[in-house]
Write a protein that binds this ligand. Sequence first.
Ligand SMILES: [Zn+2]
Length: 336
Amino acid sequence: MESEVIFGRNLLAELSPTVNYPSLVVTMDDLWEKFGHHFQADTFRSHFVQSIEKTDLDKLVANSSDIKTVVGVGGGQAIDVAKYVAWRLNVPLFQVPTALSVNAPFAHRSAIRVDGVVKYVGFVRPHAVYIDYDIIQQAPDILNRTGVGDIFCYHTGHEDWRIAEKAGALEEKWPVDEGMIQEAQAVMRSCLDAADDIREVNEKGIQTLVAALQWGGEAFAKNGWNPRPIEGAEHTFFYALEYLTKKHFLHGQPVGLGTILVSLLQDNDPEWIKEALDRCGVPYRPEEMGVTWDDCVQALRYMSTYVTEAGLWYTAAAHFDITDDYLEKARELVYR
Ligand SMILES: [Zn+2]
């Protein structure tokens, strides 16, 4: 079952007569300055996210036992914390994303940290996701454009699936499912067809991206927690880059770069994916995300180790050697 998505304007004002109360608004303090006036004290209490550590979140849950509805207002962390609290309290959840940078508003599990390590827990379907055009369009363009990076990565994920099958390294529980691949490809095509709108963050671009992120967010659970239809070695590149540089990234940027690099490794139409990201205005060059080409080379070389250490499924990251010849072509492609 899909979550209800409500598009419109001035939607925060409609929450007050909608939610059962007392209601907890989970948000960030800078967003509260902008949007706090929509949440009256007789209906709402607020929580500003400082930590996504489980021990801190469990304290918040313990102090919220009287709460009847949770509302998440934010980009990434507020959405995940709202999801966690609603799940633990077993109360209805309303999500109001302030940018379209991730599929978290639609994904069932909440990404929290246990001793600093990411854990995905829970199973929550929001009552409704409010997409307010004015709120989304107020966010920096880059936040909304990079969301598409987490859609185009299906391109390399699907090739990884076939590579694993040919190599005899495919999980028995996850045979290649061409029907699922076609469904995912239709989602990618919808974004490519609306590339100009996504770059401009206009209403059609927002609608297209929301539909794609909803499909992607729900796909993991719907496919029996099989990640192969929606991600592969391009995410391994991102994790390796994050691990080695200890930097914080806007998800769609390193994933987008990873998709270009891995599609070249797979000999899987890298020009197509580069053009798609260019048309949507996703900045994927290393310097545009605060790292160097050399950092990326290190991450590419570290991928196979990362797969083993993190126990990830078999992909191009484990299948191919990173040769000097490949690195030369990759650099030329990324900076062309
Ligand atoms: Zn992702």
